[in-house]
Design a protein around this ligand. Structure first.
Ligand SMILES: NC(=O)c1ccc[n+]([C@@H]2O[C@H](COP(=O)([O-])OP(=O)(O)OC[C@H]3O[C@@H](n4cnc5c(N)ncnc54)[C@H](OP(=O)(O)O)[C@@H]3O)[C@@H](O)[C@H]2O)c1
Length: 293
């Protein structure tokens, strides 16, 4: 006896009538259509893109996990490029080390060619030796720079001088280093930093507490802070931030304090809320957070 169909019917083609009987199938008989472009009927290819970098990624490198957390915690900047202006010492160097460890390609600049070469070899980083306040040179540097994801400016340090010792020519150079340099980096970043990237300026806490000898340096730090807020709006979606640190133990701060270093360290240990001396690695640890915030 033939099996019973689950549906009987017919399809009509003009005068021809085709009777139909439907039976349950043993296997999946689903017809899989391909996706085609409505305009020309051509096939469609899907790309995998990392939304934070905008870059295409290899499907073999895709795993399941929670977004934003590196699987090893060590490769969160893999495939990204970090530029550190002033990266051969102190906070800049520590940030470059951290970025390298997190998988980034790193480009370091500073004035002293021997030191920047040594650091470049240590980190396997690209290097360039020039004074960042030579703005023609800076422009040429950015002109030849490949697209980058993050830029940190940790170069020149402001100087404090009582009015009686203030040299006007030196003050003008300081304006170049602490006002015009960030402005120039912002200008060049617009064409070089990827939209999901960031620009970060290193500054100090000098502007917070007034005192004799701080008139000029406090004006510079206040200016950078105001400039950063405006650049952030002008360069969006690139993030622009400033870190205004207090005392950080680096070769520079050690050299500035000379034989008063230990006394200052002891004083800070007892007065700072953190009850210890802040080092370059503490600030470097903030850099990626600030760059992604
Ligand atoms: N250490 C602190 O207590 C402290 C506190 C608050 C803020 N900051 C700020 O953090 C930044 C870094 O300080 P740091 O203590 O890490 O200083 P650092 O150890 O002296 O390092 C400064 C880096 O910048 C480079 N640099 C200086 N002037 C430059 C220029 N004109 N062009 C290009 N590169 C230049 C230096 O190399 P070359 O000399 O070879 O150029 C070096 O690689 C400064 O802006 C500083 O004001 C520091």
């Amino acid at each position: 006896m033939p099996p019973r169909s689950i549906w009987n019917g017919a399809i009509a083609f003009g005068a021809v009538n085709v009777p139909i009987k439907v039976f349950g199938a043993r296997e999946d008989q689903t017809i899989h259509f391909h996706e085609v472009h409505l305009e020309d009927g051509g096939g469609i290819a899907h790309k995998l893109v990392n939304p934070s970098t905008g870059r295409e990624i290899d499907s073999k490198k895709v795993v399941k996990g929670y977004p934003g957390v590196g699987m090893s915690g060590e490769a969160e900047l893999a495939g990204q490029t970090v530029l550190v202006i002033g990266g051969s010492s102190g906070i800049g160097l520590e940030t470059a080390r951290r970025a390298r460890k997190a998988g980034a390609d790193v480009i370091i600049t500073a004035r002293n060619p021997n030191r920047v070469q040594r650091v470049g070899r240590e980190l396997g980083a690209s290097i360039a030796a020039f004074d960042a306040t030579d703005f023609d040179r800076l422009e040429r540097f950015f002109h030849h720079l490949p697209p980058i994801d993050h830029a940190l400016v940790s170069g020149p340090s402001p100087f404090d001088a009582p009015l009686a010792e203030l040299d006007v020519e030196e003050a003008r150079r300081e304006v170049d280093a602490h006002v015009v340099l960030p402005l120039q980096v912002g200008r060049h970043a617009a064409g070089r930093v990827r939209p999901a990237g960031s620009v970060l300026f290193m500054s100090g806490a000098g502007g917070r507490h007034p005192g004799p000898g701080f008139a000029f340096s406090s004006a510079l730090t206040a200016a950078l802070s105001a400039m950063t807020r405006n650049l952030a709006l002008e360069l969006a979606p690139i993030r622009v931030n400033v870190i205004a640190a207090g005392f950080v133990h680096t070769p520079r701060s050690a050299a500035l304090l000379g034989d008063q270093l230990d006394a200052r360290r002891q004083q800070l240990r007892t007065t700072l809320p953190i009850r210890r001396i802040v080092g370059s690695s503490d600030v470097a640890a903030l850099a990626p957070t600030t760059s992604s915030g």
